[in-house]
Ligand binder design. Sequence first.
Ligand SMILES: C[S@@+](CC[C@H](N)C(=O)[O-])C[C@H]1O[C@@H](n2cnc3c(N)ncnc32)[C@H](O)[C@@H]1O
Length: 212
Amino acid sequence: MQKADTGLQQPPFSSHQDPYLKSRFSSDLALNQLYPVSSQLLAEKHWTPLNIARKAARYLANEEGARILDIGSGVGKFCLAAAYHQPKAQFFGIEQRHHLYHTAETARMNLALPNVEFIYGNFTQLDLTAYDHFYFYNSFHENLVDHDHIDESIDYSVELYFYYTRFLFKQLEKMPSGTRIVTYHSLEGEIPPGFNLAGSVMDSQLKFWIKH
Ligand SMILES: C[S@@+](CC[C@H](N)C(=O)[O-])C[C@H]1O[C@@H](n2cnc3c(N)ncnc32)[C@H](O)[C@@H]1O
């Protein structure tokens, strides 16, 4: 029997050869310009820089088909950059602010990367055991300070910081041996004792952990 011609279903380039993607992921400026100005203004303080995303993604995507969750995905910058650099892993992001989730979705559609998905909600609603590895850019920290908030659309409190940190700690405790997490600028209260530090770079701001 003649094989069906699937040529039309194949993208003309792999992600790394696609000139549009190549130029979008060539610099933070080029990627940030994909977003509305309001999101661009938050980039320096709140969204992961490309060189960090690349390093974190390389560590997390240790096996083909790994499911990696960004806890507090914002406008999706980490997930999109990670998905571009690690096409054999699946990246997921959960974000509590609807407008940021919507912005991430718009960017995802623009880039048409097949291995990234965004979820709207609070991470406490997710079953983290459905994922293999995690990325965490100090998402709860805005509860501890009264400046540099992303916006004033949610309530902040020190109690919420400890509640979320404890919740994540308890979820990570349940994860099997081999689970990896990369933290960026974290105070590490969410890391249970079973996780060992496998390495750190960028003046110890970026840390690579693995559960033994
Ligand atoms: C520092 S930003 C990092 C964004 C993204 N991970 C990146 O690296 O570009 C942290 C994000 O976590 C989100 N966040 C904080 N607490 C959350 C929670 N409990 N559930 C879901 N998202 C949360 C915030 O709304 C914010 O967008």
